[in-house]
Design a binder for this molecule. Sequence first.
Ligand code: SAH
Length: 323
Amino acid sequence: MNDDFTGCLLVWCGFLNSWVNGIPVKYNLGPSLSSRVDQRAGDRARSTSDRYAPRQTAMRATDVLLFSLLCHVAAGSSAQVNISRMLGQQAERVMALGEWEERWQQDRIGFHQPTVHRMLEKNLDKVLNGRTGVRFFFPLCGKAIDMKWLADQGHSVVGVEISEKGIQQFFEENNMTFSEEPVPEIPGAKVFRQNPEKNISLYQCDLFQFSSSIAGRFGAIWDRGSLVAINPKDREKYAALIVSLMDNDCRYLLDTFLYNPDQYRGPPFFVPDEQVRSLFGSSCNVELLQSVDALTDRQRDWGLDSFMENIHLITLKNSSATK
Ligand code: SAH
């Protein structure tokens, strides 16, 4: 994909440079593309070496533009085909809820980080945008320490997590007492609330049973290990749910990963920037804030030789959050 694009860019730049510096430009493109044979070459008495020299042809500006346009279209569609192929690698992969719960039971939770996520820390100002006491939503929250970090700064947090063990560990490991209640709207679900402050509430249920009728809409969302963890076939449904949970001024920070899905089947799954734009672009502004090389031994053990982590800021179109 990159090679195609770079190649095209070089051709484009070459043409543009020549065009800007004087028309006609000369390229050895062979007779089929020639529009005017260079007369000077013909007028000259030809030496043997001249006869075997490559024929110089000249192109009109319109040829140049047409050719460069075709290059762009070809490179663009080839990149598109490649992304679709890469997405196809993981399209059918399904992690059942039971498999996640099993991971928690067996303490196979390598995704959990003992410290605040560095990219949340770095971009928090952009999420808050001057606001205090913001209501944060954490889809697929696990026992992320980021929830306590934000609550300690006066924000409130609502999380959703399927593993009851994960939720209980969050409160216990952070020395918080908590209460437990059923959620009338979702059969079998429970909500765990921090005592006495009650500014952290974690819902134990399938995310796809959650909605704005349960805990309202949110002023911020921190999506780490969530879009990249749900099954790839559920991404459209997920995007619609997340958008429905965004308050008008919501600032949604989304963390995604780029890697070669031929080398690892996930989770976390590969989510290219193009897909982030296609999932959210119709109703939201999407801005890529940061892209870092996040390759560690953990990803090398999965078989990966490259692993990029991207952070996007997503806001509703025409909302006050974009100002
Ligand atoms: N955001 C957390 C956890 C990421 S791993 C962190 O940064 O550490 C994904 C988590 O989502 C796991 O804890 C898993 O148990 C939970 N999970 C996966 N699918 C879910 C679903 N459909 N509903 C609720 N929780 C889910």
